[in-house]
Structure formats: C-alpha cells, structure tokens
Write a protein that binds this ligand. Structure first.
Ligand code: SF4
Length: 123
C-alpha cells in the first residue's frame, strides 16, 4: 500500500496549532512509517493549496493520503473539488484533526490512524 502524508499548518499562525511542532511530527511520520512522501503545506484550502493538491494527486497511485490539520469533515468539503479535478476519490483521504494538542498527543493520534488504516487495508 502506498501512502502520502501532508501536514496543513493553517499558515503557521493559528493558535490551535501553537502547542505542537509540525516539523517534528512530520519527521516522525516519514521515519517511523516509511510513507511515499511527508510534507508540510501552509494552507491547503487556499487557491494555491487547490493547485498543489491537483498537481500532487493527478494520476497518483497513492492509496491513502493522510492529512493532519483541521476537522476531517471540513477537509472533505474543502478538498473535494481539487480531488475531483485530479480524479482522486475522497475515500482515499484519511484526515486527522490535530488542533489544540501537544506534539506528543498529535504523534499518538497520527500513529493510531496510520496503524488502524494499515490493518483495515490488510484485511
Ligand atoms: S485546510 Fe484546514 S488546517 Fe489547512 S489551512 Fe485550511 S482550515 Fe487550516
């Protein structure tokens, strides 16, 4: 299974992300889970974020795209047009709400999500 990981940091100015270190968390994901790519984006729901997602996902063979950021329901709504333009099904998105948490709490949350997704896909 191929997986990608993006951390959307809400421009780096949102107080909801103040207690966590996005670099440390992203580095943990790439080292511990050997994903195809792990990257930080400033604002995936902005216009250039749409373009970024379209470019990244067009013709991709990624099975799961993890996105750490705001609420997954919001992510689904905000990314759906870019996904549709890229031919990437929304069901391949595994969003993770990482607001108002510490680095350790986010690392645990993302690890649990990746492990749960991997075990479900292995069935
Ligand atoms: S996608 Fe969510 S986390 Fe990212 S900038 Fe937009 S509101 Fe913030």
């Amino acid at each position: 299974m191929k997986e990608g990981f993006l951390f959307c940091v809400c421009q780096g100015t949102c107080p909801s992300f103040a207690k966590e270190n996005a670099y440390e968390i992203t580095n943990m994901v790439r080292k511990k889970y050997n994903v195809e790519y792990a990257a930080i984006h400033p604002q995936l729901c902005a216009e250039d974020g749409d373009r970024f997602l379209k470019n990244l996902l067009k013709g991709t063979d990624i099975d799961v795209l993890y996105v750490a950021g705001c609420d997954p329901v919001m992510q689904n709504k905000m990314f759906k047009d870019s996904f549709a333009a890229a031919g990437f099904e929304v069901k391949r998105l595994a969003g993770c709400d990482v607001r108002n948490k510490t680095t350790e709490e986010v690392e645990k949350l993302i690890s649990d999500l990746i492990e749960k997704t991997r075990s479900e896909k292995a069935k």
